[in-house]
Ligand binder design. Structure first.
Ligand SMILES: [Zn+2]
Length: 157
């Protein structure tokens, strides 16, 4: 969009409104960026006005605020796109690593699941040999929850 004005701009806008185009105005419109932009905006505003129930345009301030909001939203999306891509890449990598680790260590995992199922069916107090494993498991779960909460708080900002 150009910011310069042209002495023919009002004549072009008048012709656009009335439909009375001269050959000279048509030629000028094809060669003048300022008049082409003015005609583009006038046509767009006319389409907006035609789409309203009473044919009047909304408050220009509201249109400007909506455009500014849209521009800010697009800028934020453009700036945060790498973060979004890296977040999804990290989640996908973590999922692939979890699946690969589960497949790789499946016999041990299966043994733990069977043992856990047995202990749920017939609960027994942990032995002193099992206590460090239980502490590490609870600590690992707490670290996972803390990391997830931290990620959530960063994602919310
Ligand atoms: Zn012009």
């Amino acid at each position: 969009m150009t910011t310069t004005t042209c002495e023919w701009e009002q004549a072009v806008l008048g012709a656009l409104a009335s439909g009375d185009w001269t050959a000279q105005l048509r030629t000028h419109l094809t060669t003048c960026p300022a008049c082409a932009d003015a005609a583009l905006v006038a046509r767009a505003m006319g389409e907006i006005a035609a789409s309203t129930p009473d044919g009047t345009l909304p408050d220009p301030g509201l249109i400007w605020q909506a455009a500014a909001r849209s521009e800010r939203r697009q800028a934020v999306e453009r700036v945060t796109r790498p973060i979004t891509v890296m977040t999804w890449l990290a989640l996908a990598t973590g999922a692939v690593a979890a699946i690969a680790g589960s497949v790789w260590k499946w016999p041990a995992i299966q043994g733990q699941l069977v043992a856990a199922g047995r202990s749920l069916l017939a609960p027994a107090p942990p032995t002193m040999a099992e206590l460090p494993v239980a502490v590490v498991a609870v600590a690992s779960f707490a670290v996972f929850i803390a990391a997830f909460r931290l990620f959530e708080s960063w994602a919310a900002d």
